[in-house]
Design a protein around this ligand. Sequence first.
Ligand SMILES: NCc1[nH]cc(CCC(=O)O)c1CC(=O)O
Length: 309
Amino acid sequence: MPSKPSLRLGTRRSPLALAQAHEARARLCAALGWDEDQVELVLVIASGDKIQDRPLADIGGKALWTRELDKWLVEGRIDAAVHSMKDVETLRPEAIAIGAILPRADKADVLLGARSLGAIPQGSRVGTSAPRRAAQLLNARPDLEVVGIRGNVATRMAKLQAGEADATFLAAAGLARLGEGTVGTRLDPEEWLPAPAQAAIGLECRAGDQETREFLQAIDHAPSREEVLAERALLEGLGGSCHSPIAALTRREGQRLHLTAAIFSPDGSIRIAGESLFEPADVDAPRKLAQELLAEAPEHVAAHFGIAG
Ligand SMILES: NCc1[nH]cc(CCC(=O)O)c1CC(=O)O
């Protein structure tokens, strides 16, 4: 009997990353009729996992999550890598391709520690290290104080319990994947915009690896891919890095995509928003929206953009 095909799937080892890798494996096996043991999970330690005490933006940004997996992928030690697309830089090595985007989960953020944004007591300390969450919060509630908080989902929930902050934000998708789908208050994504590519799991492979590309094609969800690529095109057009407070939400309107985007000054005092309705194949539309937002931004705000990373 010929040996069964198999795939080495690289993942980070945080509980969220592992939950996402298990979901990817389950979908691959279901789509290809494989047994579970045909997908080998390979746990790769990312540089970002070793540093928990400083904001991501200060220590090298999103590359901290991808660099190690990229290396293993390019060296052929794994065949594919699972990522939260929110954490993947817009500029990717040429040798690496996005092979699949899984059906996207709930894009909303969840507020922990208060029943609503308006119910956070005046002067409270809200824990977040995400520039988008900090700026968007201060825009709505300039009376609040933002304090840095990092670590995986469980660590952040524990820090909240320990009183390091009075409230914090987490992605609904991450909470649900960890079986914590009922905690906190879900914030309507139309009013509190998520991060570009939030709630999307992506699988990357070597661009020239046709066999793996075909395997991944079997679990690619086209509508989710279209949304994620549009939001990533916006981010690229903005020169978005982890230093830049950028929020985006895509809705489907019939055959078209409706993209709402906002950029902020880091202190939240300035918010510039715009929207665009376009055909999914029209990758220039999100870039054009990015240019419109930048053109509207005062120079000191625009200065925070344009550094890809
Ligand atoms: N920055 C960390 C990160 N990357 C992806 C998720 C959640 C899952 C997702 O958005 O796909 C989280 C945690 C969070 O923001 O609460």
